[in-house]
Design a protein around this ligand. Structure first.
Ligand SMILES: [Fe+2]
Length: 135
């Protein structure tokens, strides 16, 4: 699977969030790389753990920033985060139970969700913040 190449569309022009998104893309790319490398189950479990931890931290940062700026879409944005956390936790549990290889459909789901969420849902918050600052 192709790794995610950082794209200008990912930039929200919010320094802290952009930095965190780059880190998430890096972790996702490490996960994608396990497909080609002979990664052990432990390696994959480590990366999945890092991903889960960092996602929790990152979502908290975003939601707090939205709260601070009175972002009207906070609730639906938070729901999107929570649905993703639930789905990811389910994938990880399934992976651990089965000890199975990380299926490419799971990788694809994670990758596509991340890109789509950054560009569309987070992008909307970036637009909101820029407009608010322009006033
Ligand atoms: Fe988000």
């Amino acid at each position: 699977m192709e790794k995610i190449i950082w794209d200008n569309r990912f930039n929200l022009q919010i320094d802290e969030i952009d930095r965190q998104h780059r880190r998430l893309v890096d972790i996702m790319n490490r996960l994608i790389a396990t497909e080609d490398e002979k990664a052990s189950d432990d390696d994959i479990a480590d990366i999945l753990g890092a991903m889960t931890n960092y996602l929790g931290y990152h979502f908290d940062t975003e939601e707090q920033m939205m709260l601070d700026h009175g972002y009207p879409e906070l609730e639906s944005h938070r729901e999107e985060h929570q649905t993703f956390v639930t789905q990811t936790a389910y994938f990880i549990a399934t992976y651990r139970e089965g000890g199975a290889s990380l299926k490419s459909d799971i990788l694809l789901f994670l990758k596509e969700w991340l890109v789509e969420h950054i560009v569309k849902t987070d992008g909307a918050f970036g637009d909101f913040l820029r407009n608010a600052n322009a006033d």
